[in-house]
Design a protein around this ligand. Structure first.
Ligand code: NI
Length: 395
């Protein structure tokens, strides 16, 4: 079966590169993937799949029917681009001013389409239904929620996905057991003091001074009170407050992001942060307002499906093409929301050029993809899907 999958994928490669280049030159921002979705739906319909559009706003879902098995395998790709002006000279460069596929979602979409094409051309049907999910708005961490709210995870027993990774060369696959990405939450703290003359601080409550202590105390307390084996990154990225150089500020707003890997750590973070903020404000008579918004959880890869993907990648591409990733990323990925409904795994698809000293990172205006990664991604994803059905039906 592997040779059949590889042969179909190889034949399809020129077409897949054409698809990827079309997507790359027509990037659309999160939630506005109208043309991309129409294009994706067109490709899927032409392979004879059942296609549903306008799922999760601008998402597309296609189903490849299988034999009798009632289970459903989902393969997920994301379609949105970023508000980054492209700075690479390409024949198929972005035609949309200030918008670029700088996170490789054009490749993810192409691999999703390629997998659907390969699986629909197999001689025998798979044991059960395979559902291809093309979601919008991953970059704003909204699309997965929209798709799930529209029911795409109903009946799904496993879900697979990949993400491009420029620091690994093309035709390599990176596998990570356990946490692949971090939980990402938003934090907003408003310190409420009392305004006064800059020359008479004792008659006022200085919100700027207290806010600066809140920032410092939070950073220091992470190092002294939190388990260092369960990492937390708390970044205050924005401070606003004050009216004039000689007026003591009555209000300061701090906004930030909180990243963590361990679910228990994440659960206690809102209470812990509030205790620190309250403890700093109270002695000086300041008040505070705190909003902690839970964003996406950590992508926790399922051990069995990760093992399955690893085996498929090394069988299909060779042992030297498989890399075990030892460290998680503190970036975020809304694929984690699908994993609240079914076990799954996300692997990393190497897209770096072997002969280049520098492969620019994701979200960089010079980010570029070695397109030989596409066939490697399709073969791995299609073979893992095939093997998934073989494994579950053998149980
Ligand atoms: Ni991405």
């Amino acid at each position: 079966m592997l040779s059949q999958i590889t042969a179909i994928a190889t034949t399809l490669t020129p077409r897949l590169i054409e698809i990827r280049r079309h997507l790359h030159s027509h990037p659309e921002l999160s939630g506005q993937e109208y043309k991309t979705a129409a294009y994706v739906a067109g490709v899927l319909s032409s392979c004879g799949l059942r296609v549903q559009e306008l799922v999760g706003k601008t998402g597309v879902v296609a189903e490849l029917p299988g034999a009798e098995d009632p289970r459903i395998l989902a393969v997920r790709a994301d379609m949105d681009a970023l508000p980054i002006p492209e700075r690479v000279e390409l024949d198929f460069a972005s035609t949309q001013l200030g918008i670029m596929h700088a996170c490789g979602h054009d490749v993810h979409t192409t691999v999703g389409l390629g997998t659907a094409m390969v699986l629909s051309q197999l001689e025998l049907p798979l044991a059960g239904l395979t559902r291809f999910i093309f979601q919008p708005a991953e970059e704003t961490a909204q699309g997965a929620r929209w798709m799930i709210d529209d029911g795409v995870m109903e009946g799904v027993s496993a879900v697979l996905a990949l993400h491009a990774y420029p620091s690994m060369p093309a035709r390599t696959i990176g596998i990570r057991y356990g946490a692949l990405t971090a939980a990402a939450d938003d934090l907003e703290i408003t310190i409420l003091g009392e305004s006064g003359h800059g020359a008479r601080p004792h008659e006022a409550i200085d919100a700027i001074w207290i806010a600066s202590q809140v920032v410092t105390t939070l950073q220091q307390s992470i190092s002294r009170t939190q388990n260092p084996l369960h990492p937390i990154v708390l970044t205050i990225g924005q401070i606003t407050g004050g009216r004039a150089p000689n007026v003591i500020a009555d209000t300061v707003k701090l906004s930030g992001t909180v990243r963590s890997l361990h679910p228990d750590t994440r659960n206690h973070l809102p209470q812990w942060i509030e205790t620190i903020v309250a403890g700093v404000c109270q002695p000086y008579g300041a008040k505070y307002e705190l909003t902690y918004h839970r964003g996406v959880p950590s992508v926790l890869n399922d051990p069995a499906l990760t093992e399955l993907t690893a085996r498929c990648a090394s069988e299909a591409l060779g042992d030297d093409c498989l890399q075990i990733i030892h460290e998680p990323s503190l970036g975020a990925e809304d694929f984690s929301l699908y994993l609240e409904h079914a076990p799954g795994t996300m692997f990393r698809l190497g897209v770096g050029f072997r002969d280049r000293a520098v492969n620019y990172p994701l979200h960089h205006p010079k980010f570029e993809v070695d397109e030989s990664a596409i066939a490697a991604g399709v073969i791995t994803m299609a073979y893992a899907s095939y093997r998934y059905w073989q494994t579950v039906t053998a149980l």
